[in-house]
Ligand binder design. Sequence first.
Ligand code: FAD
Length: 383
Amino acid sequence: AQVGVAIVGAGPAGLVLGNLLLDRGVDCVVLERRERAAVVGRARAGFLAPGAVETLTRNGLGDGLLERGRTHRTCRFRGEHGEFTLDYSRAGRREAHTVYPQQDLVRDLLSAFVERGGDIRFAAPVREVTRGTVRLHDGGEVRARYVAGCDGHRGVTRAALTARGTRTARWDHGVTWLAVLAAAGPSMPAVGYALHERGFAGHMARTDTVTRYYLQVPRGTDPADWSDDRIWTELATRMRTAEHGPLRTGAVLERAAVDLRCDVLERPGADRLWLAGDAAGLISPSAAKGANLAVVQAATLAPALAAALAHGDSKGLDRYADDCLPRVWRAHEFSHWMSGLLHGPVGHTPEARYGRALQYARLESLRTSRAHQDHFAESYTGI
Ligand code: FAD
């Protein structure tokens, strides 16, 4: 038997797509390489932009985030000249973020998919995708009229597309973050960005009991070299707690090294294979855009696939790249700018001093210029 759409990957992209296809009467199957517990337990993103929230709620997928998500309106910048708080909900389009852990969103999307009668297979790693045939590692096979690649940036579907000649634009910021998840309540009302000559440190409130922190570390850092004590000491130094008050500490639940790399596929699909989310392009986490782009792209792809299946109308698929890429590039441009703001050169050479002075000039412009704040706010919450 042949299904309408075989979706590879049960992250935000795959599960939004699955739900929206079921709503349109398209039969689909989601193939996920991990066990269910691993999928709903994986902490990553947390910041949802208004455009993603609107997409989810409009499609009946936003009950959990509306109920339990938190509204964040401010971010705080710290550096050698003190700190300031930017209320971005009073600038630009006057929008705020909803903070809702990605694993909670994935759990909600999964429940909605199952409630809608969706077919999902866990522990079903896909080995290869060719012209509507998805081959699993266990020898099984699924035939589909379309395959949706939602398997992240190291997935097999991207490899299948690039093997056909789809080109990639790529950038490496040369920066690595130690991403820490701590069993500690937030130490600031929302997001904190700390600029320091030892490197960037970030604070992202998640829930009352869990906070995400980031520390800029050298490329190739082994997270195991960072004990809980070392992490809290370094965070205290870079977040200048002597000046601004202590951090609420707790056990480190997770530590992982994340290289700040980006890429964008020139065309996120062709013929019978279409990609969404990180599979179609990876964005560095410096502006918290990845999960948002995944949600919005999946919501763009769903009606295009449904129209192609229902009446052979391929206009939506033909337009998919043009519908997605301007938004994707705008997010990359802002993410790139954020990366430049947050990561000054480390060290004491004249070049490092020069680079850090530019960093502070940017920050000062953001602190004092209403026009700059409007632009920042629009880009920060936009998608
Ligand atoms: P994924 O979430 O990666 O899902 C892909 C799925 O495919 C996975 O479940 C995987 O197991 C499965 N899969 C892979 N290969 C196969 C295979 N061969 N067969 C079957 N299944 C397969 N974004 C934001 O918007 N806001 C943030 O605050 C934010 N913070 C982040 C913090 C960190 C530390 C990191 C690492 C990322 C962050 N992001 C953030 C980015 C965000 O998490 C990703 O962009 C998002 O998860 C992309 O969703 P996706 O569905 O495309 O891919």
